[in-house]
Write a protein that binds this ligand. Sequence first.
Ligand SMILES: *Cc1c(COP(=O)(O)O)cnc(C)c1O
Length: 345
Amino acid sequence: MYGINTDDPATHSGAVDLRSDTLTRPTAAMRRAMAEAEVGDDVYREDPTVNALEERVADLFGHEAALFVPSGTMGNQIGLRLVCEPGQEVLGDADCHVLTYEMGAAAALFGLSSRTVVSDGGRLSADQLIAQVRPHGDWHLTATAAIAVENTHNRGGGLVQPLAELEKLFEWSRGAGVNVHLDGARIFNAHVASGVALSTYGGLADTASVCLSKGLGAPIGSVLVAGAERIAAARLWRKRLGGGMRQVGVLAAAAQYALDHHLERLAEDHEHARLLAERLGVDPATVETNIVVVEGVQAPLVAEVAKAQGVLVGQVSPTRIRLVTHLGVDRAGVEHAAKVVGELL
Ligand SMILES: *Cc1c(COP(=O)(O)O)cnc(C)c1O
């Protein structure tokens, strides 16, 4: 089929699959790195590949420590639990992943209360959130212990949060006794698009969860970063949730490979997304990274007809589709998708 890293059969799925960047398959070279990984029992902290990955990611984000977890959801939820006690509140925007797509975990597992504010398409406004924070020590009020920030923003179409807003929020939070959790599932896309250092983003959060399994192309895995004491606690939470894994260096090796070889190339995905936007008549200002959202369409129909022509798109709502570029779709695949979807619109 069309251009799915045609030089690397390991990534073939038989279609141009733009539903999500989680659909990447490990490349042949990544699989070799996995096969050759040195491993040990990670619950005993004896997996050298996991230990090296945790140290590397902690350093990248300028934090003391890190913990490898099976999913971004687990990274986020443990992250929230570290900075919020049962009965306290997490504040986030109404479309944020941690409160929209994580099965109510904060409430169901940890007794955390949550409140949301409707934002401008996911774009962070420090003032808007700060205005909603409820203080500690008032016997009438549910105290706001943490604010969740998402960068890039998934339902916001992959938008990169304005650095000035992140700085304003974090600076304010220091004096207010409120912690900031970063859902950095696509922080690597934000970094490549904005040129802002990962350590700068890391320095503006108390806890951050970052995904290796999105655009970076690892099959599994996220890393939670925070201070050393918090990560020690996170290790217990992970075990309690059933996320203590054994010879998981095979997965950490995929993550290491992804950081070595797939980080800079995210720029290519962003270029492909801009190309799709251009061809599909989508405002290029709405495409900052690897997600293209097309509004005002009959989503089920477009998805069905495109599928018959070998192009898979995501349906965000009955009138909205999204196309997410990633390393499994090369230029020829993007051209094919632009042609097929373009004709349908
Ligand atoms: C994908 C994603 C996650 C984590 O998803 P998992 O499937 O649990 O790994 C978290 N936040 C955002 C914004 C995401 O897009």
